[in-house]
Design a protein around this ligand. Structure first.
Ligand code: PLP
Length: 446
């Protein structure tokens, strides 16, 4: 059906939106992105009427694809028609908070905000205030949104902002270490332990491929934080209520963070973020405490309705089971294809996420390998080849992925993430047919 409409829209967009988009990654597909007209279950239809199996899924917020269950749609409509928002408290904020507190073991109290970025900004401010310290340890290749304290590059002792416009002083307070590097984490605490306010990490790096933790990594961070009275912040903006079901990644990995940031799924497709954790810490936010935190739209009733009813529906139906089952079919199918067609590539992902990473080297045999996506299991024949850090993914064949592979998938009506680094998401709306069609397309395109 062609792409004339997308091209024309992008041409118009370039005049009035910087780079033609409102969030950088959307412009990554070349020569221009597909503009989306509407969704339909596990599919999207673009401006020219092309229909694709959609694995972008809003970049993470959609548990039901483009098809909201009836009770979710009904509650959203009733909240929206009652009046969009009030700037005064509503019952549904309390209900949503109660839901999260009931299901996530480490969360006793929560503050809702409007984006994941806002959540991590507030979490870091809170940790600095609570500990009366300034330094923050971050993971290289980790992503915490567009915020000053974490847009930092370099080695632990030589840092600089990763974007113009950020005062270099900000970077002085940030210590980047490689994800999964237990020794480096220990060294950094040895050198700076009593200055570190917090370690912030994703449970699984999910914005630079998908990289699971090696055995003992998160346990080490938890122990180091406890020993040095620093706070452990888990950024579950992408993993929350997706990995590990309703107990989130912290339930799956058995880690108890002091603060957790949420976003994406907890708003059911509407803009959201949240900072949860131990009551003693969270109540330091204004007005119960002194750490300034506020927002006109925070706890927006329509967002709360979408998020709460989405999660409630998942609690009462086989939503996560369906997603995990399809995820395993997809990842094990991909592993078989990789084994015969591209043994140097790595199948990554867990639960409702998947990705084929275009790594450059693989083992001679696939004996005893992780069959449904890399888990960093030390007995796996691929263990020494699978990426452990963001750097490992960045050294892969990213140009091949972008220029050859993604377009070849698009031609077969399969819409993958906009670049090699974003994760791809399985939803309740996807079917076995979508999985099979996608596997056939990988066979063709790899
Ligand atoms: C998406 C994401 C963010 C940023 O959330 P926004 O809502 O885009 O501001 C922060 N942290 C992680 C782990 C994310 O995946």
């Amino acid at each position: 059906m062609g792409d004339k409409q997308s091209r024309e829209l992008y041409d118009r967009a370039l005049s009035v939106l910087p780079g033609g988009v409102n969030s950088a990654v959307r412009a990554a597909p070349e020569p221009y992105p597909r503009f989306i007209r509407r969704g339909d279950g596990g599919h999207v239809i673009d401006a020219d009427g092309n229909r694709y199996v959609d694995w972008v899924m809003g970049l993470g917020p959609l548990l039901y694809g483009h098809q909201l269950p009836d009770p979710v749609a009904a509650r959203i409509q009733s909240e929206a028609s009652a009046g969009p928002m009030y700037g005064m408290p509503t019952e549904i904020e309390v209900e949503h908070a109660e839901f999260v507190v009931r299901h996530v073991p480490s969360v006793e109290m929560i503050r809702f905000v409007n984006s994941g970025t806002e959540a991590t900004v507030s979490a870091i401010r809170l940790a600095r205030a609570y500990t009366n310290r300034e330094k923050v340890v971050v993971m290289k290749g980790g992503y915490h949104g567009a915020q000053e304290s974490t847009l930092v590059e370099g080695d632990s002792e030589h840092t600089h902002p990763s974007s113009p416009g950020i005062p270099s002083d900000f970077a002085k307070h940030t210590i980047p270490i490689p994800f999964n590097d237990i020794e480096k984490a220990k060294q950094v605490f040895e050198a700076h332990g009593d200055e570190i306010a917090a370690v912030i990490t994703e449970p699984i790096l999910a914005n630079v491929g998908i990289i699971p933790p090696v055995d003992g990594f998160h346990e080490t961070l938890r122990d180091l934080c406890t020993e040095h009275s620093s706070l452990l912040i888990w950024d579950e903006v992408i993993t929350g209520f997706r990995v590990g079901g309703l107990s989130c990644a912290q339930g799956k990995y058995g880690i108890d963070p002091d603060i957790t940031t949420f976003g994406k799924l907890i708003g059911g497709g509407f803009p959201v973020g949240a900072i949860g954790g131990k009551a003693e810490i969270i109540k330091e936010f204004t007005p119960s405490g002194d750490v300034f935190q506020a927002g006109t739209f925070s706890g927006h009733p329509v967002t709360m309705a979408a998020g709460l009813e989405s999660l409630r529906y998942a609690a009462e139906n086989d939503v996560h089971d369906h997603i995990h089952k399809l995820g395993e079919q997809l990842r094990s199918g991909l592993a078989e294809i990789i084994e015969s067609q591209a043994p140097e590539y790595t199948v990554a992902g867990t639960d409702g996420m998947f990705k084929v990473l275009f790594t450059r080297e693989g083992p001679a045999s696939f004996n005893n390998h992780c069959e449904t996506g890399c888990t960093q299991r030390s007995g796996c024949s691929r263990h020494e080849y699978c990426p452990k850090s963001g750097k490992d993914v960045k050294q892969g064949e990213t140009e091949r992925w972008k220029r050859i592979f993604r377009p070849a998938m698009l031609e077969q009506d399969i819409l993958l993430s906009q670049n090699q680094f974003e994760a791809q998401f399985i939803t309740y709306a996807h079917t076995e047919e979508d999985v099979n069609e996608t596997l056939e397309a990988y066979k063709e395109a790899l």
